[in-house]
Design a protein around this ligand. Structure first.
Ligand code: SF4
Length: 297
């Protein structure tokens, strides 16, 4: 199965800007970006970000405001500050070079088991399996025979054991691509999947979780999910838009956060500003609470 997946990847790999890189810093940046952001969008931002911060030392010297500006379009902005903190630690503790040891990687701020393992495999050729949501789905189905076959600890052990001695970084990308393009959450494309002949879930017809149901007086009916709130009414939208206002302001200048802001009234805006300040994503003016800017230090 491993050989078939690697052959499929060699022939069909998605072409993403960061795929060709062997620079550990560039790989760490790409993995920090790829968490919670679509790979294609992250790849675009990656080129721009590395042009501004080609080394850990360059990022370590930058202000939070500069880093947040360069992070534009990626969302989940706390990751930008965590990456800057990691860069500062790389300079302080590792002479400016990304460490190759898994424990040292995982001690960097914002680097968890997934990112640490991905960098160890991709940049340093270590035989460790990085488990993201795509890899989790592929291994649960193909090896475990159903979507939630393994506990997190078991899954990590399966992922580590799956890594070949040759090309561990390529294997990491191959599994992620398989999950993203063929082994999708719904309606996996088993008919064209290279893992099909060995995949336990495909053989048993157990690729999908049984649908949640509820019962009423007249019998069992399919559960109807609550309709999601429109995105513009969410606090996540509001936080993101406030940061956009600050990014658009001149460097160092204060910008006014108007209220109401879209569908959000003044108390909701106040909550969002406070939470952004608490996360270190903005600095508030001491005298005028609706003036803010990206943090300079
Ligand atoms: S055969 Fe189907 S379920 Fe199995 S890994 Fe491929 S796409 Fe996923």
């Amino acid at each position: 199965m491993r050989r078939a997946i690697l052959e499929w990847f060699d022939a069909d790999a998605r072409s993403l800007a960061f795929r060709g890189s062997t620079d550990p810093w560039a790989i760490l940046v790409s993995e920090a970006m790829a968490q919670q952001t679509q790979a294609a969008r992250a790849a675009e931002a990656w080129t721009r970000f590395l042009a501004a911060f080609p080394t850990a030392a360059a990022l370590a010297e930058a202000s939070p405001a500069d880093v947040l500006r360069a992070w534009r379009g990626l969302g989940y902005n706390r990751r930008a500050l965590a990456l800057r903190a990691a860069a500062i630690a790389i300079v302080a503790d590792h002479g400016g070079r990304v460490p190759g040891d898994l424990d040292a990687l995982q001690r960097l701020p914002g680097v968890g088991p997934y990112t640490g393992r991905a960098v160890a495999a991709l940049a340093f050729g270590r035989r460790v399996g990085a488990v993201d949501t795509n890899v989790r789905r592929v291994l649960n189905r193909a090896v475990g025979g159903q979507p939630d076959a393994f506990t997190p600890g078991e899954l990590q052990a399966v992922a580590d054991a799956s890594v070949p001695a040759e090309r561990p970084g390529v294997w990491t990308h191959a599994l992620m691509d398989l999950g993203a393009t063929l082994c999708r959450p719904r309606a996996p494309r088993c008919g064209v999947c290279p893992a099909r002949p060995w995949c336990r879930a495909a053989q048993r017809g157990t690729t999908e979780r049984p649908r949640a149901t509820r019962t009423n007086g007249s019998g069992t009916v399919r559960a109807v999910p609550e309709p999601a709130a429109p995105f513009v009414t969410t606090s996540r939208w509001l936080r993101g838009r406030i940061l956009e206002v600050l990014r658009d302001a001149e460097a160092g200048a204060w910008a006014r956060i108007e209220t109401p802001f879209g569908a959000h009234d003044a108390p909701a805006v106040e909550v969002a500003i406070r939470s952004l300040a608490r996360d270190g994503l903005l600095e508030r003016h001491a005298e005028d609470p609706n003036l803010a800017r990206l943090p300079l230090v």
